[in-house]
Design a protein around this ligand. Sequence first.
Ligand code: UDP
Length: 259
Amino acid sequence: MSEKPEHFIVDGKRLDGRRVDELRPIKIEIGVLGRADGSCYLEWGNNKVLAAVYGPRELHPRHRQKMTRSVVQFRYNMASFSVDERTRPGPSRRSIEISKVSREAFEPVVFTKFFPKTAIDVFVEILQAGAGTRTAGINAASLALADAGIPMRGLVSACAVGKVDGEIVLDLMKEEDNYGEADLPVAMTAGRQITLLQMDGHLTTEEFYRALELAKTGCDQVYELQRQALIEKYSKEYTTEIEDEDPAPAGEPEGDADE
Ligand code: UDP
């Protein structure tokens, strides 16, 4: 693990040169897995995350089926090689907790009533971790769900805020996450309905509300990037489909020749 830095903010700049209200760079690619119904690869700072969605599909075992709705299942998994100090493969208390809160982050937006007796399975694989993997996973999952065509009220966008050197900062990097005074991951809908809110560390009430406001601006920025990624993917696909259609042979009228 890296050492605790003496200062996190020097001359208004953080260890990686960002301002206190600046996100790390985000790169999004939608539809990267051929066998999934929807998928997304997302890089966020040092995080590299893959999300895959399967379904709606029949839920097994059948006694877990709900007669009036679909069951959303979420599995967050951190690959052993994703961190400096190799993690044990398989579920851990941490991954079970993150899977639960991430699933709940989508509960208010997915129209589960359309698909009784089914499951919608979301898998998030952390390939490289660098602080904020749960929020990166939620952002990728949100786009994978959209890519799978799952009806939703809207996208869910997430980011973390925290406190370092007594200042409220947006989107914690590894050192800030590990040694900072507070870490507050937040997920929300485009209408700013909060669907995930966790907190580690200490904040005063005033700091908490200030941090929440900063998280909202962060989620708005993430939402815009998600929206752009969807537009780019689907406008490209639509244009290619039109180009692929065989043009009518020159000089012949369109329609059936036998008519
Ligand atoms: N981390 C690690 N080993 C672990 C769990 C976490 O090295 O077993 C690192 C990883 O970089 C992660 C960061 O610690 O992103 C913060 O973890 P936290 O539990 O706060 O969740 P996250 O911020 O990733 O959502």
